[in-house]
Ligand binder design. Structure first.
Ligand code: HPA
Length: 275
């Protein structure tokens, strides 16, 4: 980033570009995480923009994984959805990783729904569980708000309730009505790209974490900086529980996340209908 002014100007430009190309003005944005892209099939897409065509959007390093920004309806609610996100471990700066959240605010979005895949450390968790993120611990070395303050929010943002309590209560009610098993917990964000050693999983659990992953927290911090209401679900795709740790692969993570999608979609759909 050259200057704050340039960054703010880029946010404005990208917002204008999108507003000129879609009639939709959603108030809710969703990030579809690893293995959760199929949730997009639940969305009646009106407009779709490959990230590579959106001015100022980070350029994808992985071929064929450029991702898309979707505008459409989930149920009857207009939404914007990110099919794929930018991770810090890919080499992006934190300002690039969280650029889409800045654009969301520019588009008038007030509510941010986020999904991801994570390794469960809480011994009561099972593979395939949906965990409501109730809080987080940020262990990624670069803070997304590092540097001059972006004048859209305060220099020292409050973080006493990063995840909206009302949404959490609503999600629990929906899950109970639909007989969907939901767990709750604290999400630990690490830089990655390595999964954890057994000692690391043990340490993160002792630090107060229930699940660990490589995303989401920078996005949530920026969303909160802008006063957006946040709700997040993590799919437990592997276990970092003492005595139960085993080899983890990206493929297994994707497979477990994929299998949990229908239930996650159900909760998101109901939640978004009531926003
Ligand atoms: N660790 C970090 N990130 C992850 C994991 C994990 O065990 N599973 C899915 N994403």
């Amino acid at each position: 980033m050259k200057t704050v002014e340039t960054y703010v100007e880029q946010i404005r430009q990208t917002g204008e570009w999108l507003k000129a190309r879609t009639q939709m003005r959603p108030e809710v944005a969703i990030v579809l995480g690893t293995g959760l892209g199929r949730l997009a099939e639940e969305i009646k897409v009106v407009d779709a923009f490959p990230y590579s065509e959106i001015p100022n959007f980070p350029v994808s390093t992985v071929e064929g994984h450029s991702g898309r920004l979707l505008f459409g309806y989930l149920g009857n609610t207009p939404v914007m959805a990110m099919e794929g996100r930018f991770h810090y471990y890919e080499g992006y700066s934190m300002k690039q990783v969280t650029f889409p959240q800045r654009v969301m605010h520019e588009l008038g979005i007030k509510t941010f729904f986020v999904s991801n895949a994570s390794g469960g450390m809480n011994p009561t968790f099972r593979i395939g569980d949906l965990m409501i993120i109730t809080d987080h611990i940020n262990l990624i070395p670069e803070h997304p708000l590092y540097g001059p303050n972006i004048p859209i929010g305060p220099r020292f943002p409050d973080m006493h309730e990063p995840y909206d309590k009302e949404y959490i209560a609503k999600a629990k009610k929906i899950a109970a009505e639909k007989n969907i098993r939901l767990v709750e917990g604290v999400y630990v964000a690490t830089q990655g790209p390595t999964f954890e050693t057994p000692a690391e999983y043990r340490m993160f659990y002792r630090l107060g974490g229930d699940a660990v992953g490589m995303s989401t927290v920078p996005e949530v911090i920026v969303a909160r900086h802008q006063g957006m209401r946040v709700f997040g679900i993590s799919v437990i795709t592997d276990l970092g529980v003492e005595g139960k740790t085993c080899e983890v692969s990206h493929e297994e993570v994707q497979k477990a996340a994929n299998e949990a999608q229908p239930l996650m979609a159900e909760i998101f759909r109901e939640m978004i209908a009531s926003v």
